[in-house]
Write a protein of this length. Structure first.
Lengths: 92, 416
């Protein structure tokens, strides 16, 4: 079983319009890299020049913000979903 | 006529037409509405504004295009109250309350929702939606009801009962999520991609929505005779309100409509959810998310979208950010009510308690004018005060019983 990477509408054009991509990965970093290998261009939209998660992108593993976990090193296991979500939202 | 000309990314400055976009296609940065202020200068005047309606729409030239006309319940043009009795207690010379408790659904959210749904209708959306800590859900549901739109409002399940009732009464779909507001927000940010015909006021309509908060700055300036106040203190949740108040004052200055320097802006947070205050105090440029735990539910956003921009605005002119306990919040809801006759929700208690804290710290100049934003009505958070705000005496219906508790001393005490 593989890991599901879920994409926001803004990134779906990069993967042929799909909302999800299934990849083999062991952490968030390798999941993003695996999508990049299938669909070049994704990593640059999600990661900055230093390879860190962009300021306006939130990444969730099993609905938990990876900033509360181990960031790009957060472990993912088969069947889990890595969600990429624009950070700009919400509140007063 | 709106002088809006399009959208621009705050981060990389890429520009876009005034369409249904909310993040930069290149860097995911937030988009802001841009105006042709050069063209507006001399056309938008004190007189043209004064000739408009007694609502936020008197500033329609400086708000996004509404197409067929605004979705309008009458938001804005709320009182700017001189607060001398509270000023005396706090030891400040000139204090004003921007009293947004009197908006149609009881909070400043009516400003942003009126703008958001007006843009949503122009852009062809058919359903109103939002992620909300309560006030926004109420305002979205009410404005949607008024134009016959369905609404879907999504809130944390453990909100105050009064806020849930207010959101539900307008007949839309209210979905309670077992989680924090940040969980709700994340869920909605994903739902946006699945429901392209839904206008989430504070997500895919956010660029337009946020513009509504500028009207707080516009009204404050106009109500002070087109003079800028020296200092403004603003409650912080996502931080959008503060950054848009700053933008509002900048636009007025560019149009030559105000005298006086740009105000020094101050933030107000509850200690139980103070990611921006913590980042400010630590000298950080970014905001580390926190898990909220405060009675100030309308401000309980642990991952504030506009946090970095708030830090920039606070530092631009020597501002500061308060962080106050739940006890101080409750105390200051009472203080505000007893001194000024204004009943604020918990966010108002945060603002007044932070004002007191920052005056005592010396960050706020007690000799210069101050405007405090009171963003929502106390009826929205009755749960927070019902234990302490209760009857003074319970008596039998007899004159003797009444006289026995109403000694002259007691009457004096309660009226002072």
């Amino acid at each position: 079983m593989s890991v599901i990477v879920r994409l926001p509408s803004q990134l779906r054009v990069l993967v042929g319009g799909e909302a999800e991509v299934a990849v083999e990965a062991h952490d968030v970093r390798s999941a993003i890299q695996a999508v990049e290998e299938l669909h070049p261009g994704l990593a640059a939209r999600v990661l900055d020049d230093e390879g860190k998660i962009r300021r306006f992108v939130n990444v969730f593993v099993a609905d938990e913000d990876v900033r509360f976990l181990q960031g790009l090193d957060t472990v993912v296991v088969a069947g889990q979903t890595v969600s990429l979500v624009p950070a700009v939202a919400g509140g007063c | 006529m709106s002088f809006a000309i399009g959208l621009q990314c705050r981060e990389c400055k890429a520009t876009y037409p005034s369409e249904a976009l909310f993040v930069c296609e290149i860097c995911f940065g937030p988009l802001e509405v841009q105006y042709d202020l050069a063209a507006a200068k001399g056309v938008v005047t004190h007189e043209s504004i004064a000739a408009g309606p007694n609502s936020i729409w008197r500033y329609h030239d400086l708000l996004p295009d509404t197409g067929v006309g605004p979705v309008d319940l009458g938001a804005g043009w709320t009182p700017l109250r001189r607060a001398d009795r509270l000023a005396a207690v706090l030891g400040v010379r000139e204090l004003y309350l921007k009293d947004d408790t009197v908006n149609p659904t009881g909070s400043f959210k009516d400003r942003v929702v009126s703008v958001a749904l007006s843009s949503a209708r122009r852009l062809g959306f058919t359903t109103a939606a939002c992620a909300s800590t309560g006030n926004l859900a109420t305002s979205v549901a009410a404005h949607a009801a008024a134009i016959g739109w369905p609404s879907v409002t999504i809130i944390p399940a453990d909100l105050e009962s009064s806020k849930i009732a207010m959101a539900a009464i307008f007949g839309g779909t209210v979905i309670a999520v077992e989680g924090t507001y940040d969980d709700v927000n994340r869920l909605c940010a994903e739902l946006v991609s699945e429901h392209p015909d839904w206008a989430f006021a504070n997500i895919n309509l956010r660029a337009y929505y946020a513009e509504g908060s500028k009207t707080l700055a516009f009204e404050i300036a106009e109500q002070l005779g087109w003079r800028t106040p020296a200092q403004v203190i603003v409650p912080l949740a996502s931080g959008s309100q503060l950054t848009k108040i700053a933008k509002g004052f900048r636009e007025l200055d560019e149009l030559g409509l105000t005298t006086g320097a740009a105000p020094i802006l101050f933030g107000a947070q509850a200690a139980g959810c103070s990611p921006i205050a913590q980042a400010f105090a630590a000298g950080d440029d970014t905001v580390t998310p926190v898990r909220p735990n405060t009675i100030a539910r309308s401000l309980a956003i642990g991952n504030p979208a506009d946090g970095p921009y708030v830090l920039d605005e606070l530092r631009a002119r020597g501002g500061d950010c308060g962080s106050v306990s739940d006890e101080e919040i409750l105390e200051c809801i009472g203080l505000l009510a007893r001194t000024e006759g204004v009943f604020a929700e918990t966010a108002g208690g945060v603002t007044i308690a932070s004002l007191r804290q920052l005056v005592n710290r010396g960050s706020i100049d007690r000799d210069q004018p101050i405007v405090a934003i009171i963003s929502g009505h106390g009826l929205k958070t009755l749960d927070a005060v019902v234990d302490t705000a209760t009857v003074t005496h319970t008596i039998t219906p007899s004159l003797a019983a009444a006289q026995s508790v109403l000694s002259p001393h007691l009457v004096m005490e309660t009226s002072s």
